[in-house]
Design a protein around this ligand. Structure first.
Ligand code: PGA
Length: 252
């Protein structure tokens, strides 16, 4: 059975005190939830990872990183490597978020290298991708998504896919209040699973969790999560509010 996942990407929000408080509040609010076969993830900023890990101790909440550099070490001012994250207890790293692609010029090639560094360090990645509005309007969304996945992930062997979580995030739905409809999400997720099956096999395709991201809120989460190929969500804005995030967790 595929694992269900609700992951909160905090982006550049929450200082140390706010991060600890949000985790503390979340711990309390999800205590009564059963959450079988469901992972709850939060991604604070780099400087708050250690204190957040401490705050999340003895709970369901997993703390993950939002990004990393592909090199082990060296002259890369301002960057952080996979082994550094691993050394403080991080097990999972988000890669390829559209904000990284847009504002920091991340490319498929660079992302393929980052994925390799994740795997070399026996970490796991939540790998993000998704089309722009113009791609969808010109009916290129399937090709764009296929290329993003193929370019960064199709050099991997089958075993490596155990460490991959996919997050489909149509760029036009991120932070805009506009979500893909549940049908649009399902259509794309089924397509993604079909290309993975074609490249690898049915087992790999059936096992990989595919999250949807883009303006998921408590009000629309249940419908989106009810679709057979949607295994959870990558949540931005709504993950900053404990009631909203809990509502989304309950929806799964
Ligand atoms: P949003 O962000 O939920 O605020 O749209 C999603 C994301 O960027 O992962």
């Amino acid at each position: 059975m595929r694992t269900k996942i609700v992951a909160g990407n905090w982006k550049m929000n929450n200082d140390k005190k706010e991060s600890k408080q949000l985790i503390k509040d979340l711990k309390k609010s999800i205590k009564a939830e059963k959450l079988e076969n469901t992972r709850v993830i939060v991604a604070p900023t780099f400087v708050n990872l250690s204190s957040s890990i401490k705050a999340a101790k003895n709970s369901k909440i997993e703390v993950v990183a939002q990004n990393m550099h592909q090199a082990k070490n060296g002259a890369y001012t301002g960057e952080i490597s996979a082994n550094m994250l691993k050394a403080i207890g991080i097990k999972t790293v988000i890669l390829g978020h559209s904000e990284r692609r847009t504002y920091f010029n991340e490319t498929d090639k660079g992302l393929a290298e980052k994925v390799d560094a994740v795997l070399e360090n026996e970490l796991e990645t939540i790998f993000c991708f998704g089309e722009l509005l113009e791609d969808r309007k010109s009916d290129h969304h399937f090709t764009v998504v296929k290329d993003q996945i193929a370019n960064a992930l199709f050099h991997l062997d089958k075993v490596a896919w155990k460490s991959i979580i996919l997050a489909y995030e149509p760029v036009w739905a991120i932070g805009t209040g506009e979500t893909a409809s549940a049908e649009q999400a399902q259509e794309m997720h089924a397509f993604i699973r079909s290309i993975i099956e074609k490249k690898y096999n049915k087992e790999v395709a059936d096992e990989v969790s595919i999250l949807y991201g883009g303006s998921v809120k408590p009000a629309n989460a249940e419908e989106i999560f009810s679709k057979p190929d949607v295994d959870g969500g990558l949540i931005g804005g709504a993950a900053l509010n404990v009631a909203d995030f809990t509502g989304i967790i309950k929806a799964i």
